[in-house]
Design a binder for this molecule. Structure first.
Ligand code: AMP
Length: 604
């Protein structure tokens, strides 16, 4: 068995090139081997170091456990730091937030916060919070001040925060316009504008708002646009507002998986249920050895601890460990003392262990290429293997990219229920006892059977013995059900683009978002219900206000909302019928354009 861990720089050229350390005795080879060993023994150099980042940012990334840039970061950061405009096609999960946040932080230039230097536009409140948290994490050693501004939060709090001075503003277009109108957001000092998830913003009816914000920054600045899809309307925004943009597409490429014998599946699970789900999946799959990939060193350490606490023998492997520590971990995996190896991509490069049967992606990897490298750790030399991915609903696009590149389907499966786990464990007990029935020393246990025969019949004695074995085999079931959310991973048509037009404000009496096409809730099999909102065109209500309010206050996404009809005095919004009550309850507790609406089911 080989159990080498090496930094295998040949991996990109295909599976055949991955470590096969044949013994050689030439001087050159020996020298090369020594160099590799020396590199491995040295503490791992952070892969971000080569990008020329400020030491404060580099330190923050290192503390977060980021070991190397993701492909989108590697490709975009140098251009953005050079001041170029950029048009990037990248989905959530690729690491695109850091790709623009790191260069934006470089702009702060040690100045105390006053007028913002960067403005990031995002479609939803949730994303505004996530992105500003990312700025906080990456910029903490710079004392970076980032303020999120979004509808639904009392505006005075945002006014105060903006007034105290700010380096970066992250906001939804509607609220950003509000602040510009009030004079609380001054764009004079803006050097970089980022449109994040631009296609979602257009889908939510923010096109006019975005354009008016961009028109309001006439002076020289960088414009960065990220979008998961590139419908024509995105390209036309790029044409109007960008100058000679660098175009980056992280889904580009022609990597082909040599994973014919690897069974691939994905479980859809919310982040907070992932440790429990991983445990249950491992219980059902009973791997010979499993390699679990996490994105950062910190996540590796946390998950290793969590899985040990849950009774699994897990070991961590990451770039922060020296060679002696790595060797110890590898020998524990080899001799079966450890059953789970939790690792970062960097640390697991070139790792080749015969006993590995399962690779688990604790998150969908940020690039299809790294998925291919990861699953290349199993299914080697014609052996069978299993690749499991834990995906959050929002990561479905990344999965689709992987499928497209590998040309291999990934089956979406439900997280095993308590009943599934019980059934699997009983099957295992049946198999073990069947094996034991074939043993030739059963006679040795007659004295036990004879001693018990006065207490019960043989069937009862067998049941008691089975129970005892079953429990001793460690079959304890955690009774908590893990919510099944696999239905939220319906395959969204790729490149779906921009199917509906927002329609100019003022077109009363007709639906202003398309009422057909894949984004209509009705086309997904469910029926559409309608919600009456007592605010109309007369109060300045536009489709984006309604979509924004609903998407912010509920878990519905833009494409689940519509058609929308806005009259002078009221509006009617289509949402999936089963979500009507939830939408009503949410809208009753919110304000739209500063007004509290009356909301009810619309049944005309
Ligand atoms: P995003 O696509 O920006 O939503 O990022 C997806 C996830 O990847 C987030 O949880 C980030 O914290 C994480 N992430 C981003 N860049 C890196 C990196 N270079 N190494 C490890 N994790 C990263």
């Amino acid at each position: 068995m080989r159990d080498t861990v090496s930094d295998d720089h040949n991996e990109h050229h295909g599976d055949d090139a991955v470590t096969d350390p044949q013994p050689t005795d030439t001087a050159a080879d020996t020298a090369a081997t020594e160099t590799v060993a020396a590199e491995l023994a040295a503490p791992h150099e952070n892969g971000f170091a080569a990008l020329g980042l400020r030491p404060e940012v580099l330190k923050a990334l290192d503390e977060l456990g980021y070991e190397e840039p993701t492909p989108i970061q590697r490709e975009t950061i140098p251009y953005l730091m050079a001041g170029k405009d950029l048009l990037g096609q990248a989905a959530t999960g690729t690491g695109k937030t850091a790709a623009f946040a790191i260069p934006a932080l470089q702009l702060i230039d040690g100045r105390a916060a006053s007028k913002p230097v960067a403005l990031v536009l995002v479609p939803t409140r949730e994303l505004a919070m996530q992105v500003s948290e990312a700025f906080f994490r990456y910029g903490k050693n710079l004392n970076a001040k980032c303020v999120p501004v979004y509808g639904g939060q009392p505006i005075f709090r945002q006014l105060q925060a903006l007034d105290r001075g700010v380096h970066i503003v992250v906001g939804t277009p509607g609220r950003v316009i509000d602040h510009i109108g009030r004079g609380s957001l001054n764009l004079d000092g803006i050097k970089m504008v980022v449109l994040d998830e631009a296609d979602e913003m257009l889908d939510m009816g923010f096109a006019d708002d975005i354009e008016s914000i961009l028109e309001g920054i006439p002076h020289d600045h960088q414009t960065v646009l990220f979008s998961a899809t590139m419908p024509p309307r995105i390209n036309s925004i790029a044409k109007r507002y960008q100058t000679d943009p660098v175009k980056i597409n992280v889904v580009r490429g022609d990597t082909k998986a040599s994973a014919g014998k690897v069974r691939q599946c994905a479980y859809v699970v919310q982040r907070n249920h992932k440790p429990a789900a991983l445990g249950r999946i491992l219980d059902i799959e009973s791997p010979g050895g499993a390699l679990v990939f996490c994105r950062t060193r910190t996540e590796v350490d946390q998950l290793t601890e969590t899985m040990n606490a849950r009774g699994y023998r897990a070991e961590a492997l990451h770039g922060g460990m020296d060679q002696a520590q790595r060797d110890r971990v590898m020998s524990r995996l080899r001799d079966g003392t450890a059953e789970l190896l939790v690792a970062t991509d960097v640390a697991a490069r070139g790792l080749d262990v015969d006993t590995l049967t399962h690779v688990v992606n604790y998150d969908v990897p940020s690039a299809p290429e790294s998925y291919v490298h990861r699953i290349g750790r199993v299914g080697r030399a014609g052996r069978e293997g299993v690749a499991i991915t834990l995906a959050e609903p929002r990561e479905q696009r990344l999965l689709a990219n992987i499928e497209r590149l590998t040309k291999l389907p990934i089956q979406i499966v439900k997280v095993p229920s308590v009943a599934d786990l019980r059934a699997a464990q009983l099957d295992q007990t049946v198999a073990s006892i069947r094996e034991s029935l074939a043993a030739d020393d059963l006679d040795a246990y007659y004295p036990v059977l004879n001693a018990l025969s006065g207490d019960a019949n043989e069937k009862l004695i067998a049941l008691a013995a089975i129970r005892l074995f079953h429990e001793l085999a460690g079959n304890v079931v955690d009774e908590t059900e893990i919510p099944d959310i696999s239905h939220r991973m319906e395959r969204r048509p790729e490149g779906g683009g921009d199917k509906f037009d927002r329609g100019a404000p003022g077109k009363g009496g007709k639906f202003e978002r398309g009422d057909s096409g894949p984004r209509d809730p009705r086309s997904k099999g469910g029926t559409t219900g309608f919600v009456y909102v007592s605010l109309g065109r007369g109060m300045g209500i536009r489709p984006g206000d309604l979509v924004g309010a609903i998407a912010n206050e509920t878990d519905l996404v833009g494409r689940e909302i519509g058609p929308i009809k806005i009259t002078e005095k009221f509006s009617v919004v289509g949402v999936p019928d089963k979500a009507v009550d939830k939408v009503i309850a949410a809208l009753k507790n919110t304000t739209i354009k500063g007004k509290k609406p009356t909301v009810r089911r619309y049944t005309d």
